[in-house]
Write a protein that binds this ligand. Structure first.
Ligand code: NAD
Length: 488
């Protein structure tokens, strides 16, 4: 079996122990991963803390940081095929998707490379004579970056890029479910020429690794992507070190289709919106809200497309839907579907795991028009399961769209301009895609509210999250400061 190592203070080492990672396409172990426990986590934070203050990093100009990030971007682009193959192997995400996504990850590093020397302070027109007052934007400190197993090269780039651009140092915790791509990324990072300790990459389990990391007194900010339950633990732990947090959590994103939409576009966007990455995506458009006048025809088209999808080995370029990452998700899907059917949902297609080795579940569609409270409409589920609900009026569509505790993304398909604007204004979500879905860019901030978390990744706003403001007051008069005890 292939063996991986952790990356601490510029050196590769074994963890406290090893654990197996499973290949989702076969269900069998394929690699041994280094498990970080308390001592490794402490070592990683110490290294990041030391690097944060050391002149090699703290004394570097922002432009020099930008150059290093640019070098990293080039290395990621150069090694993208290797990283994509590893992500496919460890997570089961199909090679078509990992290849495209990781090639684009390099663009995120490029964007933040360019931004490094554009994070500016400000000068204040202060209301006092003989005073200069300005704001310095300073790096916030050591960042704990914690990511889930899906799209982890992407989800870590949107943290590492802005954090390093701002001058922070990072301890990155890869998910224990599939850490291979990030442990390999550490080897690529090592070639970029950053001072040691600027980035440390470890992996491990919730308590002995994750909790120890987020509670560490030298961690200033926790940048987390994952589920709401884990986020609650992290926020509770941040009561210990009072670290700030940015939380990118789950979603139950509405995909709203009006009868005047370009139906071909809407069908294709819905298929990729829910079945890309086998539905294991925070922005999956998992709640179809479709006008009743076109509902049956629309579901018919979805069914045809879903049943024609090529399910197969994730490393085959012809595969369109691969396995889920873990066996647990198959059990979860079966329970969710059974409970929803019991509550009145109607199965349109799919619904049963495939009879083959590995964690395969077919594209599944449920018509929940008579069961809007069914669990598959309400709960986030990381898998290829779409629930559909019909509506008659715009008000009803909006009410259904907002009937969730999440607020990450929303899709809207219509050609009516004024309705588009009304819907955009009233939908509660961090991102609205109109007549498109899933578009992302380093230039555009991304994030949610409610149970989908807070903070934004991407764009300038994300880099500012990794800074703190220092207000400087400078008296410009050479006259002595008057004696405060002499009355005037
Ligand atoms: P998860 O919350 O179980 O795990 C995420 C990470 O947190 C893992 O590295 C895990 O080891 C770590 N962790 C677990 N317990 C911890 C603790 N007590 N302290 C610190 N770290 C801890 O999530 P998952 O099941 O791996 O991923 C799926 C979730 O991620 C879904 O809810 C999905 O929507 C969400 N997600 C959100 C986005 C986004 O950008 N909004 C993107 C991808 C995934």
């Amino acid at each position: 079996m292939q063996e991986f190592q952790q990356y601490i203070d510029g050196a590769f080492s074994d963890g406290a122990s090893q654990f197996e990672s499973l290949d989702p396409a076969t269900g069998r172990p394929w690699a041994l991963m280094p498990e970080a426990r308390r001592a490794d986590v402490n070592r990683a934070v110490d290294a990041a803390h030391h690097a944060f203050h050391a002149p090699e990093w703290a004394g570097m100009t922002a432009s020099q940081r930008g150059k290093l990030l640019m070098r990293l971007a080039d290395l990621v682009a150069e090694h993208a095929p290797r990283l994509a193959a590893l992500e496919t192997r460890d997570t089961g995400k199909i090679i078509r998707e990992t290849s495209a996504q990781i090639a684009y990850v390099a663009e995120y590093y490029r964007y933040y490379a360019g931004l490094a020397d554009k994070i500016e302070g400000a000068h204040l027109p202060i209301d006092k004579p003989d005073m200069e007052v300005w704001l310095r934007r300073e790096p916030i400190g050591v960042v704990a970056a914690i990511v889930p197993w899906n799209s982890q090269l992407f989800l870590s780039a949107v943290k590492i890029g802005p954090a390093l651009a701002a001058g922070c140092t990072v301890v990155l915790k890869a998910s224990e479910e599939a850490p291979a791509p990030l442990l390999e990324f550490a080897r690529i990072f090592d070639q970029a020429g950053f001072p040691k300790g600027v980035l440390n990459v470890i992996t491990g389990f919730a308590e002995e690794c994750g909790s120890v990391l987020t509670r560490h007194p030298d961690v200033a900010h926790v940048a987390f992507t994952g589920g709401p339950e884990t986020a609650r633990h992290i926020v509770r732990n941040s009561a210990e070190n009072l670290a700030s947090t940015s939380l990118e959590l789950g979603g139950k994103s509405p995909f709203i289709v009006f009868e005047d939409a370009n139906i071909e576009s809407a069908v294709n966007a819905q298929i990729s919106g829910i079945f890309a990455a086998s539905g294991q995506s925070c922005v999956a458009g998992s709640r179809l809200i479709v006008q009743n006048t076109i509902k049956d025809a629309f579901l018919g088209r979805l069914r045809e497309k879903a049943e024609a999808v090529v399910i197969g080995a994730p490393d085959d370029m012809a595969t369109e839907v691969g396995p889920l990452c873990t066996a647990r998700q198959i059990e979860h899907a079966q329970r969710l579907i059974a409970d929803s059917l019991e509550q009145g949902a109607r199965l349109v297609t799919g619904g049963q795991p495939l009879d083959r080795a590995g964690f395969f579940f077919p594209p599944t569609v449920l018509d929940c028009s008579d069961a809007p409270q069914a669990p598959c409409v309400q709960r986030e589920f990381f898998g290829p399961v779409l629930s559909a609900v019909g509506f008659d009026t715009e008000a009803e569509a909006l009410q259904l769209a907002n009937a969730t505790e999440f607020g990450l993304a929303a899709g809207l398909f219509t050609r009516d301009l004024t309705r588009t604007h009304r819907m955009i204004r009233n939908i509660r979500s961090g991102v609205v895609w109109v007549n498109t879905y899933r578009a992302v860019s380093p230039i555009a901030p991304f994030g949610g509210h409610g149970l989908s978390g807070h903070g934004r990744e991407g764009g300038l706003a994300a880099a500012l999250d990794y800074t703190t403001v220092k207000t400087v007051w400078l008296r410009t008069s050479d006259d002595p400061i008057p004696d405060p005890f002499v009355m005037r």
